[in-house]
Design a protein around this ligand. Structure first.
Ligand SMILES: *[C@@H]1O[C@H](CO)[C@@H](O)[C@H](O)[C@H]1NC(C)=O
Ligand SMILES: *[C@@H]1O[C@H](CO)[C@@H](O)[C@H](O)[C@H]1NC(C)=O
Ligand SMILES: *[C@@H]1O[C@H](CO)[C@@H](O)[C@H](O)[C@H]1NC(C)=O
Ligand SMILES: *[C@@H]1O[C@H](CO)[C@@H](O)[C@H](O)[C@H]1NC(C)=O
Length: 606
């Protein structure tokens, strides 16, 4: 392998203005930037073809992020005088911009490899540099060797387990991907479970409504078997509320080439929301995300999210984002460019957008441990940027209880990925990021937290417990019998989820047919719909939107939730959290604060 100079060619050729001599070449020293153990399930397969390209993302440090974080917490704290004074895109961009010294150092390094400004793109804040390069050049620049890695399930990706950078650059670069990122498109599981039966609600016609003790609102008996828009309005005390403010908005993100079908949406509206018939949503393609409206191509996840989020919040304008990337990736045949981590593509897009939707739901997630910590931290900081700008972000908490998002306990894998292969609960990212609102699932009337699938939850191994949930989570942990699940979870980690909503037996339309579907995939768009309604209340009062929710939810708005006191989130061969005997009123780790009571919340938030 060739050796290069730390400071690059330009530095070398720069003449000293006083002596007229070229500056002496600095000795080149590479130092390992990141190194991981080969992750479970993956083995080295082959060498990538020489024409294989990598879309490399270089993350420059954000030295003022702590200032942004302070702003974020001030404008999101309902008791702070700056509550609601969200930052503009320009203010946020300025607070995450890298130092000029870092920009210069990276530029020098890139130009020493023949890369010019025209060959790269920069994020809105300049904190990410993205460029497409042949794998051989990337190997040279990072003093590493890429391999095609193969997963047990047949998936293949081009990655390395370690990469290096010139020592001088270590302080000017936070991370570079794709290198050690083994979580990949196909692993970005949609947290969704199909019902095998499509029980008709007819048999419930003659049953008396169930009175919901938490709200006093009667709930149709059929809601115990089939969830419709009407059920959610009844359960969450939003019957008869119609949003009116024109400046409101709601968004759904879609990945894995999932398309929300407009014809299905109309069938759904005819079935459950006749006043919305004829209305639709805006489609936005990110990085070439497709929108095939052939009925048979409709995606279950996309349809579920769009139908319930937009159905609940009608007539608030909705946007569906389709971010490109189609599995499986095959490096050998005709796909010379490796797909990248999709969140960052969407984040680049949305962060450069002047007016992102005010409430956004994402029903995708990865096992936290398959996402390199440095990457998870950066993505999480991007979510903070959206929060500071007044956007509320919802993420599904996962469907595997404390286990690995696999709803079948028999085949769950609960082992660390770090080479130790230790038994461990497996939290989901981005739900584990403290700057998003993670949404768990409930089922039935009255609501309980246990189901065919188990609402994901637990504690992050990457992110420390944020202050806003310190009191609640600490009390919960104190109530756990000593030694419970010792070594299986991080007692100091961020607790998941924050809130919950119904997560099973949703009646959707898919490829022209009514289907029942479930998972925390359903809970997140539902909660996002309720947040959009709350934003309407605030906007109509002349108040700013809610933005980052959690500091509000855990304080002033905490009494606006229905406690879920029954159930547990089994997984990894355990009953998970909140097993018998460790219930603490108002603090159910597995459903967070509980499910929303819109009638109460609309008073608490305005
Ligand atoms: C690159 O890494 C190899 C070991 O993998 C090492 O022997 C070599 O010295 C490194 N090159 C530089 C320029 O640091
Ligand atoms: C980790 O340990 C479990 C149980 O001991 C075993 O089933 C699994 O194959 C191990 N995985 C690796 C990668 O060693
Ligand atoms: C709802 O369904 C569950 C499970 O089938 C049943 O045990 C419960 O009694 C039902 N609730 C009501 C209020 O009918
Ligand atoms: C949409 O999908 C159908 C069925 O797979 C296919 O025949 C058609 O060419 C696709 N249309 C577009 C515009 O991609």
């Amino acid at each position: 392998m060739r050796t290069f100079c730390c400071s690059g060619l330009l530095y070398l050729l720069a003449l000293n203005p006083i002596t007229g001599w070229a500056a002496p070449q600095k000795p080149c020293k590479y130092k390992v930037k990141e190194s991981i153990a080969p992750p479970n399930g993956w083995v080295k397969h082959t060498t990538p073809p020489a024409d294989h390209n990598i879309v490399l993302r270089i993350g420059l440090p954000q030295p003022d992020f702590h200032v942004l974080e302070q702003h974020l917490y001030e404008v999101s704290d309902p008791y702070h005088p700056r509550y609601g004074a969200h930052l503009s895109k320009e203010e946020v961009d300025r607070l995450v911009a890298p130092h000029q010294g870092s920009v210069d150092a990276v530029n020098e390094w890139l130009s020493s490899h023949g890369i010019t400004e025209g060959g790269l793109s920069r994020s809105s804040a300049g904190d990410w540099v993205t460029l497409k390069l042949p794998v051989r050049l990337v190997e040279e620049m990072l003093n590493t060797t890429y391999h095609v890695w193969k997963h047990d399930n047949g998936d293949r990706i081009v990655r390395t387990t370690s990469y290096s950078l010139p020592e001088d650059l270590h302080d000017h670069i936070d991370l570079i991907q794709p290198t050690t990122m083994f979580g990949q498109f196909k692993e970005l599981k949609s947290t969704i479970v199909f019902s095998d039966d499509t029980e008709a609600p007819a048999q419930f016609k003659n049953l008396a409504p169930i009175v919901n003790a938490a709200t006093g609102v009667p709930v149709d008996a059929s809601c115990n078997a089939t969830i419709t828009i009407k059920c959610l309005q009844q359960l969450y005390n939003a019957v008869g509320f119609t949003p009116t403010h024109a400046g409101n908005s709601i968004g759904i993100t879609g990945y894995l080439e999932q398309f929300a079908n407009i014809q299905d949406l109309q069938s759904f509206y005819a079935d459950q929301r006749p006043d919305a018939l004829g209305s639709s949503f805006e489609f936005i393609s990110v990085k070439g995300g497709l929108n095939n409206q052939t009925l048979s191509e409709a995606g279950a996840e996309a349809n579920l999210d769009v139908q319930f989020a937009f159905g609940l919040s009608h007539p608030i304008p909705g946007t569906f984002y389709s971010t490109a990337g189609r599995p499986p990736f095959d490096p050998d045949v005709g796909t010379p460019t490796n797909t990248n981590e999709p969140y960052q593509d969407w984040l680049d897009f949305i962060l450069s957008h002047p007016n992102p939707p005010l409430s956004i739901s994402t029903s995708y997630g990865d096992h936290e441990q398959t996402v390199p910590k440095s990457y998870a931290q950066r993505a999480c900081k991007s979510f903070a940027q959206l929060g500071a700008r007044g956007v509320s972000l919802m993420f599904s908490s996962g469907d595997g209880g404390v286990g690995d998002n696999n709803p079948n306990p028999a085949t769950q894998k609960c082992f660390t990925n770090d080479g130790r292969n230790a038994t461990r609960f497996i939290p989901l990212f981005p739900a584990s990021c403290p700057f998003v609102t993670s949404v768990g699932g409930t089922v039935g009337v009255p609501e309980v937290a246990v189901s065919r699938f188990f609402s994901g939850g637990g504690f992050s191994d990457y992110f420390a417990r944020p202050k806003y949930q310190d009191k609640v989570v600490r009390k919960y942990l104190e109530a756990l019998p000593k030694g419970t699940y010792k070594g299986l979870f991080n007692r100091n980690g961020r607790g998941i989820p924050d809130v919950a909503a119904q997560g099973d037996r949703y009646r959707i339309f898919l490829s022209g047919q009514a289907r029942l579907i479930g998972g925390t995939s359903a809970s997140s768009p539902t909660f996002a719909g309720i947040v959009a309604l709350l934003n309407d209340v605030r906007l109509s009062n002349g108040q700013p939107p809610l933005g980052f929710l959690n500091p509000l939810l855990y304080s002033k708005a905490a009494s606006g939730f229905n406690d879920i006191t029954v159930g547990h989130n089994s997984g990894c061969g355990t009953t998970g959290f909140n097993k018998d005997g460790i219930q603490v009123t108002g603090i159910q780790s597995f459903t967070g604060l509980g499910t929303p009571n819109f009638g109460k919340l609309k008073k608490l938030v305005s």
